[in-house]
Design a binder for this molecule. Structure first.
Ligand SMILES: [Zn+2]
Length: 437
C-alpha cells in the first residue's frame, strides 16, 4: 500500500510538471489571445470573433472542437475526444488506441474515468469593454485545458488513462447565462467537477458570488385619455408609477439584510413630452447571498411595485427573465485548490468568514448541479470589477502573468483530484446529493 501511495504521489508530481511546462511553453501564444480579445471586446451573444479565435487556437493544438455548440458563439472541446462527432478534420492523438486504465488508476477509480470541465468566458460590457476581465478568464480556461491535456498525454505515455477533459466556451455570462443553456442542452453530462477562475483585486478560493434574479417590470397607464399631457384626468402616468416604485424600494432598503442588493434601469420612459407616458419598462436585478432570502426579497419588491402602480392608477406586469443561483464552492475541491495555492505561495483568506458580495455569475447554476469551484485571483490592481480602471488592469502584463499562474493552479487541482479516488468518490456523492435537492 505504501508503495502504491508513493507511486501515485510521484506520478502526480510528474503530471504537475508536464502541465506547468506546457502552460509556460504556450505563454506567448496565450498572451496574444488575451490581447486580441481585449482589443476587440464583443458583447454577449455577439462574441463571433472570440469563438473563432479560441476554437482555432484549440484546433491548432489538436483538440477536437465542436464549434457553435448549443449556441452560435459557444464551443466545446473534449480531450481525448470523439472526433467522429466533430465537424472538423482533426486528428485525435488517442484515436488509434483503445482507452484502457493503467494499473494505478484501475486500482483507484470506482466508476468511470474522472471528467473535469474548465470554462472560458469572453463576453465584454457595453462601453467599458473587458471591465470584468473575461479576456483573462478565457486564457485561464485555455491554459488550464492545455495543461490538463498535457498531463493526460504524459500519463498515457506511462500506460495510464488519467481521465477526460472538456473545455467549454460559454458565452454571455453578463446577461442571459450561456452556461445555463449549455448545461440544459446536456453538454455537461458526465462531468464530475467543474473549474474556472475570475480575475479580481484579491485572491480567494471561496468568494461570495450571490444569487441574482432579473425581472422586467412593465408599467401601463389605464384609461383612454391618458395620452393627453395637458388636459389632466383620465388614466395614470406609467413613468410616475415606475419612479414611485423605484423610490419605494429605495425606502425599503433600510429593511434589507446587509447582503441584499437591488438595482434597476429604465428601458423606456415615454415617447413625447406632449404625451403622458403610457408604457414604461424597467429592468431590475435583486441579489442575495442565500437562495432562501431571494424569495423574501422578491415579495417585498413586488409588493412595492404593485403598490406604486396602484397609487398612480396604473398596472404593472412583473416578468422574471433570469435567475443566477449563488455559487456553491465544493468543499473537497476547495481543499485541493487551497493546498496547491499554498504550495505556490498564494495567500488565501480562511474559508469561513464574512465577505463582501462580489456580483453574480451563471457558474452558480453550474455549481448547483456539478461540484464546482469559482475562485478569484489578484491581477495586481486595487480597483473593483466593472469599472474602466479594471478594464485597463485586465490588459496588463502582470494580469496575464498571474492568469497563467492561476491556470497552473487549476490544472494541478484537476490532476490531483483525478488521481485521488477518495475525492472523486466524494464529488460523485456530492453530485448525487445536489441532484436530489
Ligand atoms: Zn465576470
Amino acid at each position: 500500500m505504501a508503495s502504491l501511495v508513493s507511486d501515485i504521489e510521484a506520478l502526480k508530481s510528474r503530471l504537475y510538471r508536464a502541465a506547468c511546462e506546457k502552460i509556460a511553453s504556450e505563454s506567448v501564444a496565450l498572451t496574444r489571445v488575451s490581447r486580441a480579445l481585449w482589443e476587440n471586446p464583443e458583447l454577449g451573444l455577439q462574441e463571433k470573433q472570440a469563438e473563432q479565435l479560441l476554437s482555432s487556437f484549440l484546433l491548432s493544438r489538436d483538440f477536437p472542437v465542436r464549434r457553435h455548440h448549443v449556441m452560435p458563439t459557444a464551443f466545446l472541446a473534449t480531450y481525448p475526444g470523439d472526433v467522429s462527432a466533430v465537424d472538423h478534420d482533426v486528428k485525435n492523438p488517442h484515436d488509434d488506441v483503445p482507452i484502457s486504465r493503467g494499473d494505478i488508476i484501475s486500482a483507484t477509480s470506482s466508476s468511470g474515468l474522472p471528467h473535469v470541465a474548465v470554462f472560458c468566458e469572453y463576453d465584454a460590457l457595453p462601453e467599458i469593454g473587458h471591465a470584468c476581465g473575461h479576456n483573462l478568464i478565457a486564457v485561464v480556461g485555455l491554459a488550464a485545458g492545455l495543461g490538463i491535456a498535457a498531463a493526460i498525454d504524459a500519463a498515457w505515455s506511462e500506460n495510464i488513462t488519467l481521465g477526460k477533459l472538456s473545455i467549454v466556451g460559454s458565452p454571455d455570462e453578463e446577461n442571459s447565462g450561456g452556461k445555463i443553456k449549455i448545461m440544459e442542452a446536456g453538454a455537461l453530462a458526465g462531468v464530475d467537477f467543474a473549474l474556472m477562475a475570475h480575475p479580481s483585486k484579491f485572491d480567494d478560493a471561496t468568494p461570495n458570488f450571490s444569487g441574482c434574479a432579473t425581472v422586467l417590470a412593465i408599467f401601463k397607464g389605464t384609461g383612454g385619455s391618458s395620452m393627453n399631457a395637458w388636459y389632466g384626468g383620465g388614466g395614470g402616468n406609467a413613468l410616475d408609477a415606475a419612479c414611485l416604485a423605484y423610490q419605494s424600494v429605495a425606502c425599503l432598503r433600510q429593511q434589507f439584510r446587509p447582503d441584499w442588493r437591488f438595482h434597476a434601469t429604465f428601458k423606456s420612459g415615454g415617447v413625447h413630452l406632449e404625451l403622458v407616458p403610457e408604457h414604461v419598462v424597467m429592468e431590475m436585478y435583486y441579489r442575495a447571498n442565500y437562495l432562501e432570502d431571494m424569495k423574501g426579497m422578491e415579495n417585498k419588491i413586488f409588493d412595492a411595485f404593485r403598490g406604486a402602480a396602484a397609487a398612480c392608477e396604473c398596472s404593472v406586469e412583473l416578468l422574471p427573465v433570469g435567475l443566477y443561483y449563488p455559487v456553491i464552492s465544493n468543499g473537497a475541491l476547495v481543499d485541493v485548490y487551497r493546498k496547491h495555492a499554498s504550495a505556490m505561495g498564494v495567500n488565501l483568506p480562511p474559508v469561513r468568514g464574512e465577505r463582501d458580495p462580489l456580483g453574480c455569475t451563471d457558474m452558480g447554476n453550474v455549481s448547483l448541479v456539478i461540484p464546482s469551484i469559482h475562485p478569484v485571483f489578484d491581477i495586481g490592481t486595487d480597483t473593483v470589477l466593472h469599472t474602466r480602471d479594471f478594464a485597463a488592469a485586465a490588459s496588463s502584463s502582470e494580469a496575464l502573468e498571474r492568469s497563467l499562474r492561476q491556470a497552473k493552479l487549476l490544472a494541478m487541482t484537476a490532476i490531483d483530484v483525478m488521481l485521488t479516488p477518495s475525492v472523486i468518490s466524494a464529488l460523485r456523492e456530492d453530485a448525487r446529493r445536489l441532484r436530489q435537492t
